[in-house]
Design a protein around this ligand. Structure first.
Ligand SMILES: [Zn+2]
Length: 263
């Protein structure tokens, strides 16, 4: 009963937000023009994306690091891209965190790695984004701002980091998001592990694969990278990796490449 009451209360609050704090037309059109991959969907889906982005802005807290002022344009750009993967899954897939921290540029973090002899090595890593369990999600604004152009290479930092959030919904970052049953999980693993191994081979041979070689780091990075390409360069992914593409269509319940078939 309580769950139903809470749900009803949330729906009333959402309706109020959509009525009073809707993303203004001009700002929404500007966002679509800057990030054209967002428009690879039907008019009703775009309407839904705009509503979801409005609710996302109300539920999340944005902050700028190193003196960066977060403008409405920046927040809407991030909200629209972040909502794309959960357009059919629902915004509650992001309930595990509230904070989004935007850095002006890449962030250098100190990492430690213990080798086989037990010796700890320290090194610096430059990140365009990072998603931690329970939040916050960290993003480099320069990379977000470039994502209209970098879509050509299948690169998108916002979708990458939010795919990690989706992956972690079951409590484990392992490249396997929550799936309906054991059979679905087994099939997912078979498809993803095979494509992961094939990509590692391609990279070893010195080829230039469609998927960012960073995906060879682990299965969780592979899922995040495949998700980026799925949403921003769907035709290329479907052409090169039809089985992987179909698996992602089933999970995200979206078929972004199909927009091209209709024309
Ligand atoms: Zn990652």
């Amino acid at each position: 009963m309580i769950a139903r009451w809470l749900q009803a209360r949330r729906e009333r609050r959402d309706a109020r937000i959509l009525e009073r704090r809707a993303i203004p037309d001009a700002l929404w059109q500007l966002t679509l023009a800057r990030y054209p991959f967002l428009t690879l969907r039907s008019a009703p889906d775009l309407c839904k994306l705009r509503e979801m982005a409005t609710l996302f802005l109300a539920r999340k807290e944005f902050s700028g690091a190193h003196g960066l002022e977060v403008s409405d344009e920046m927040a809407v750009a991030i909200a629209a891209q972040a909502c794309l993967p959960v357009l059919e899954l629902g915004l509650d897939w992001y309930d595990s965190f509230v904070g989004i921290v935007i850095h002006p540029d890449l962030v250098t973090v100190r990492r430690e790695h213990m080798d086989e002899a037990g010796v700890v090595h320290e090194y610096d890593e430059s990140l365009a984004g990072e998603a931690m369990e329970g939040g916050p999600v960290m993003l480099s604004w320069r990379d977000v701002a470039d994502s209209g152009d970098s879509a050509e290479y299948g690169y998108n930092v916002v979708i990458h980091e939010f795919a990690h959030v989706i992956d972690m919904r079951d409590g484990v970052a392992d490249g396997v998001p929550p799936l309906p049953n054991r059979a679905a999980r087994d099939r997912w693993l078979a498809v993803f592990e095979a494509h992961f191994a094939a990509l590692c081979d391609e990279v070893d041979r010195g080829e230039e694969p469609l998927l960012d070689p960073y995906a060879t780091e682990s299965l969780e990075e592979f899922f995040a990278v495949a998700s980026e390409t799925f949403f921003v360069a769907p035709i290329e992914l479907r052409t090169e990796h039809p089985v992987l593409y179909t698996e992602l269509v089933g999970f995200y319940r979206q078929n972004p490449a199909s927009r091209f078939d209709a024309d």
